[in-house]
Design a protein around this ligand. Sequence first.
Ligand code: 1PR
Length: 580
Amino acid sequence: MSTVYIIDVESGNLRSLTNSIKHLGNYKVVYIRNHDEFEMYNEDIELLIFPGVGNFGHFVKNLDERGLMEPIKNYLATGRKLLGICVGLQCLMKSSEESRGVSGLGLLNIELSKFNKGDEQFSLKGQSKSVPHIGWSHNHRYSSPQVMATMNEPLYSIGTEDKFYFVHSYAAIIDSKVKADLLSEAEKDGWKFVFSKYGSEEFISAMSKDNFFATQFHPEKSGIAGLRVIQAFLEEKVPHTSCTNKSFVPHSGYPSRRIIACLDVRSNDDGDLVVTKGDQYDVREKSDTQSGDVRNLGKPVELATKYFEDGADEITFLNITSFRDSPLQDLPMLEVLKLAAQNIFVPLTVGGGIKDMIDPVTGEIVPALKVAELYFKSGADKVSLGSEAVTIAEEYYRNGKIKSGKSAIEQISTCFGNQAVVISVDPRRKFIKSPKDTNMQCIQIFDEEKYGPDGEEYCYYQVTSQGGRKVHEIGALELCVACEELGAGEILLNSIDHDGGNKGFNLELLKQVKESVSIPVIASSGAGAPRHFADVFEMDCGIDAALGAGMFHRGEYKVSDVKDYLRSRGMDVRFETTKV
Ligand code: 1PR
């Protein structure tokens, strides 16, 4: 049995990486957390993985404090195998705009820069480019025709047909700083590069020299295509024969439309954890013949696995009764995540109860950061904050928009990266007679049939918390703007008015919010048919992810039906049919 060693600086989800390695064969996985552990295993290490998430400076500082920089440098010099992932690729560069004054390992004289929100390619379509870049993208070329000519097989099985999951704001972007000649010099020195594009910006997506290999994308989160890449690294074979170096073709630079399956989870009256769904957040059966029980639509892990196999690009689990305190080690979703992460190799988000909490057993205050960390260790890639985000945004406005640095959004994003923090918003429409009646930005209603019950011609979307139970004097737009400012990386935008209605997403609300933030917005609530997903993507305001719940749970449509439909409308979606 071979052993795979993984550098663990406790800043992310290593469970998925470990699971993907175990899924591929009979491997033992050992974590290396500090200098002493590195030295203890050093002579035995033949396969080393160096995964990184979050902020460049935070990650490098962590490596430094643990005395790992030198051992990694020395290891590389011996020519043994190493796979760097995401910030694990970035920190091999000289530096990053993200953390001025912090030096990486400096294998290449490259400074990473941030994606440009004002990308012309997006502006031409009247959209702003979302940053971070979150989603599934192609790789579209190797560095130069000369390098390609020397290659008979794709680098570590990275071909052009497959899409890989990226989540990052900074990259080795080929621009005036990272000039093409710098790369050709590196090529002469034996480096090979693979490039991807986000909008008009081209960046290094993977690179390799001798036994060293690194990817900006997350192979452990890239479905079957990603598993093949890890397998190619572990086994030094290239099993995917259908792509060749000749098959690279330029692609648009727009990530695929993401289809997310969402599972609202809670205990039913017998105490079993079930996936449920209602309308407008009421999840109890209503018909005369039913007893008012919690609607049971299946088991969380079974359903999630089915959706993964059917092509879901991400899975979201929401603990909808999180306002009831649980003992820290007994949070119901921890087990769900651990089991789900064993066989699901796309990003997993968990929400519900990510807040400072009091452990009812020990009476101790547990900070939200610690709660989030438990979820990351159990297999989550992102955590979603609902009620806590409302409290944080209210405080932010009360304090004259001054950041305290102490909020859960700021703390989790600093440690685990902005991409790891999703804000789940539960707004309900509020009609008003005049914009003067509120401080919130409102929407004018032009269609008379849609006026409020007393003929109101304006509305805004008033935020609720605790699953719609508590109403707040803050609008969805204002909440999202504050959370982006504080470091959130993505918005999951529900709409109580549309939830469970099967009549389509709330386009008016989605447009209003997306036009005010530059982080990605996930459309949620109301999906009842594949055409509803097309409606939201064709709105062209920059929304590239949409979520369905009830229509999938009730078996009315499969994820693949939605993707087939979108493809028939000329939209780019990820398809994956083969096994590793
Ligand atoms: O406030 O941080 O503890 O998080 C609680 C989380 O649980 C929030 O994300 C909140 O949206 C969610 N939640 C709370 N109560 C309910 C409920 O239904 N009673 N679910 C609930 C909200 C919204 C989506 C739903 C879509 C799509 N559900 O998850 O799946 O609306 O549904 P559809 O496609 O069937 O229309 P905290």
